[in-house]
Design a protein around this ligand. Structure first.
Ligand code: GLN
Length: 275
């Protein structure tokens, strides 16, 4: 386990990055950079701890956990470790309300199972009440930009979330979980039921790569707010100058505009606040 302390000795937000070397499709580690910088810009001390094969997750050890996407082979390779070494710590963290962001391949492994279509079914941790089935190599993959209407968006927050998907697996959520969002453009969980991702407690599973958070500062702050408020009781974060982030966000919205049902017009760009 490697420790990179980037701020004062007393860390306020400790981020656990699971399998960073294995699960990093489409630069998903960019999400860690965004979370780290948005804490530092607010003078919130932050540590990023790489959690690799064989590393356990201790109770109360982390304030935020992140897992990225991976190919079927990567998922098979780490499956045993995920079950034998990580399962209790991850389940405990979710139960304790730790914010978790799991993207694509890791999202799939936190459900009941992932059936990759070829090779053995991969058992999941059952944290998310959902399952995933790959319909076979001859069936088109879900690839492209995605626009989502974030169902649980905080009040006064923009509701659109944008990203990029590339997955063969189709995910179907059960009655015990709720969707992260409604697909406005793209495929989302399965290209059929209009859902994208899943939410259970403060854990979010999503197919959105990109990486996701640089173009969705409101979602990054939502996760940071959850982590900080578990420690301090308050989630009031100093506003940042996010005009570049929102320009990147709007670019995806505009790019998908011809495929998009009207989603409350253009995103209101929160200009001006100093970084
Ligand atoms: N291997 C999984 C699939 O194809 C997840 C891919 C990913 O993480 N982008 O569905």
């Amino acid at each position: 386990m490697t420790l990179r302390s980037t701020a004062s000795a007393r860390a306020k937000v400790r981020i656990g990055h699971l399998y960073g070397d294995l699960l990093n499709l489409y630069a998903d580690r960019g999400n860690i950079l965004v979370l780290t910088r948005r804490c530092e810009w607010r003078h919130i001390a932050v540590e990023v701890v790489s959690i690799g094969m064989g590393d356990r997750i201790g109770s109360g050890e982390f304030d935020l956990l992140f897992m990225g996407g991976g190919q079927d082979g990567d998922q098979q390779f780490l499956g045993d470790d995920l079950f034998r070494v990580k399962a209790d710590g991850l389940r405990g963290a979710v139960h304790d309300g730790v914010p978790v962001l799991a993207v694509c391949g890791s999202y799939q492994l936190l459900g009941h199972y992932y059936d990759p279509g070829t090779g053995p079914r991969l058992a999941g941790l059952g944290i998310f009440d959902m399952h995933t089935v790959h319909p076979g190599r001859s069936v088109r993959r879900c690839i492209g930009d995605v626009v989502v209407d974030w169902i649980g968006a905080p009040v006064r927050s923009p509701r659109s979330v944008v990203g990029f998907e590339n997955h063969g697996g189709r995910t179907f959520i059960g009655s015990g979980a709720r969707a992260f969002g409604r697909v406005v453009s793209g495929n989302g969980n399965n290209g059929e039921d209009g859902t994208e991702g899943v939410v259970q407690a403060n854990a979010i599973g999503t197919y959105l790569h990109g990486s996701l958070l640089p173009k969705n500062p409101h979602l990054a702050d939502y996760l940071i707010g959850k982590a900080v408020s578990r420690r301090t009781g308050s989630a009031k974060l100093e506003p940042l100058d996010d005009h570049l982030e929102w320009q990147a966000h709007q670019t995806i919205l505009d790019r998908r505009a011809s495929h998009v049902a009207p989603v409350a017009g253009r995103v209101k760009l929160p200009w001006g606040s100093a970084r």
